[in-house]
Design a binder for this molecule. Sequence first.
Ligand code: DX5
Ligand code: ZN
Length: 228
Amino acid sequence: MTFSRSIKIAPSILSADFANFGAEIRAIEDQGCDWVHVDVMDNHFVPNLTFGPQLCKAIRPHIRTVMDVHLMIAPVDASLQAYADAGADILTAHYEAGPHIHRTLQAIRALGKKAGLALNPGTPAEAAADVMDMVDLICVMTVNPGFGGQKFIHSQVDKVKKLRSMIGDRPIHIEIDGGITAETAPLVVAAGADVLVAGSGVFSGGSVMKPEVYGQNIRAIRAAAEGA
Ligand code: DX5
Ligand code: ZN
């Protein structure tokens, strides 16, 4: 993975057909997505339960692009090895998941993975200040994590701007997660984001039988973002 700030669309398979991940992943990749975003939820850190390392490992061979694993679990440290072994390219942990984010980010890099730091809507940009040299990606949550299809929280756009200036020249992606559509994408891209996660925004209206809708959705978000 060479670093670039070009716009990347990362569909969240949280909005895919859970009985058909292989075909869903092929469909979104054939339709032009850049990364595949995998939402791991534990029913403890967030009030929803999705899947664990075994499922991540099972879908890995179906992903030709980048496997972007968003860990909404607490505690997180004891599970990092399992998600690394499952084949993630990027492991993102939440600042709010425990008292030792520094240790967590160190552990992710020690496993040879790109390290992501996710910030909930109530967590300020400054939470990233002392770990700036330990991260490859900062994920700004523009919804409270746990569910797809929620409304974009506009107050987060200022946080993206702040983070962009804190990052300076460092090769750190700013990823936006939650409520991304062709309407909201330009706001966050203008503020400095380069990775756009979209669940309902990509999957709604389509299916593996109608994959061209995924393509239309991806292109609409990309065109809006690139016009920002
Ligand atoms: C929320 C997840 C998101 C979610 C985004 O907890 O982290 O990745 O799937 O879904 P949309 O794009 O529908 O808001
Ligand atoms: Zn996510």
